[in-house]
Write a protein that binds this ligand. Structure first.
Ligand SMILES: Nc1nc2c(c(=O)[nH]1)N[C@H]1C(S)=C(S)[C@@H](COP(=O)(O)O)O[C@H]1N2
Ligand SMILES: [Mo]
Length: 319
């Protein structure tokens, strides 16, 4: 597969090329088990909110093919279900999402606790094709279905004193064998600044590949921050807390010298144990150059002006 690699995937200006539209559509259909039978799509779209989610034209083309679902869904990080990439079966069998709620609390005017149906009804669904870059040096392209984080946070009416958003995952060692490993500071936690949360890119993800989110991706709702290393994109969220304290993520708590708060993708700053100059796309198998902010600089670079730590170092501790 050949395609043109642009220096920046200038997102808002992107024109959908017939080729990429075809590739994305094909990946989604394949993900739905429909192969080339596009005739089946309209009927499904009429009833299924995930299949019907409109694609946001600003994020219709990631500049690389969408990673086939069978590859993406079998190469995951989800330490609650094991420390290998092969956790899909365990997550599918064990993660129970019935009756799941998300609470939005902390420095807000009105704390809210919402079922997934209620949350989705309030924030809506759209499809965005996003690149994902793991700090370990692999990457993929996912057709997410979700809504901007800012829309969810607005439901609770944040106070002006709130400076950070802290995301927390579930804690249930019965359900998640990885949580019986007590040297990890469970539950998984991550955080961003209020300014980052207000940016259009952070996405709460409820679906992928045209349907409800499969367990291995972090059902029923996960975060995706496409310009940051993948560990920031917390899965299976139960609580979103507005706070004036910088959140301490699970990986930062465990190993602050390697996994810091900002974690903006930066090919110039090596991880203490390996280079970040290139990455392997798990879909194409190609090794490709890593791009500052994972190519989302036009949308996010202004967040870090005057913040040399987040901007130049990728992380304050990696110098
Ligand atoms: N709750 C939770 N969220 C998590 C993780 C995890 O282990 N637990 N792993 C993170 C890491 S390191 C990455 S790269 C991405 C992987 O997402 P994917 O499996 O959908 O590719 O999820 C992130 N979110
Ligand atoms: Mo990762």
């Amino acid at each position: 597969m050949r395609y043109i690699r642009r220096p920046e995937w200038a997102l808002p200006e992107t024109k959908v090329t017939p080729e990429s539209a075809f590739l994305n559509r094909r990946a989604i259909l394949a993900g739905m088990g429909l192969g080339g039978l596009s005739l089946a799509l309209p009927a499904r779209a009429a009833t299924d909110p995930y299949a019907a989610a409109p694609r946001n034209p600003d994020f219709a083309d990631a500049g690389r093919p969408v990673t086939p679902e069978e590859i993406n869904g079998n190469y995951n990080n989800f330490y609650e279900f094991g420390s290998s990439k092969d956790i899909a079966a365990a997550a599918r069998k064990r993660l129970k999402t019935d009756g799941w709620t998300v609470t939005i609390d902390g420095m807000v005017e009105r704390e809210v606790t919402l079922s997934m149906d209620d949350l989705i009804a309030q924030v809506g669904l759209e499809e965005r094709i996003y690149r994902h870059r793991c700090v370990e040096g692999w990457s993929m392209v996912a057709p997410w279905i979700g809504a901007p984080v800012s829309k969810a946070i607005a439901l609770a009416a944040p106070l002006s004193s709130a400076r950070f958003v802290r995301f927390e995952s579930f804690f249930d060692p019965e359900m998640a064998p990885g949580q019986r490993q007590s040297w990890y500071p469970w539950p998984y936690v991550e955080g961003i600044t209020i300014e980052e949360a207000a940016n259009p890119l952070p996405l709460l993800v409820f679906g992928a590949y045209g349907k409800i989110l499969a367990n291995e991706y972090g059902a029923p709702v996960r975060l995706h921050l496409p310009w940051k290393y993948g560990f920031k994109s917390i899965k299976s969220i139960t609580r979103i807390t507005l706070t004036d304290e910088q959140p301490l993520g699970l990986w930062e708590e465990l190993q602050a010298s390697e996994y810091g708060f900002w974690a903006n993708v930066n090919p110039e700053v090596a991880h203490p144990r390996w280079s970040q100059a290139t990455e392997r796309d798990i879909g194409t198998g190609e090794r490709i150059p890593t791009v500052i902010y994972n190519g989302y600089g036009p949308t996010v670079a202004s967040l870090y002006e005057g913040n040399p730590v987040a901007m130049a170092a990728g992380d304050r501790l990696w110098r």
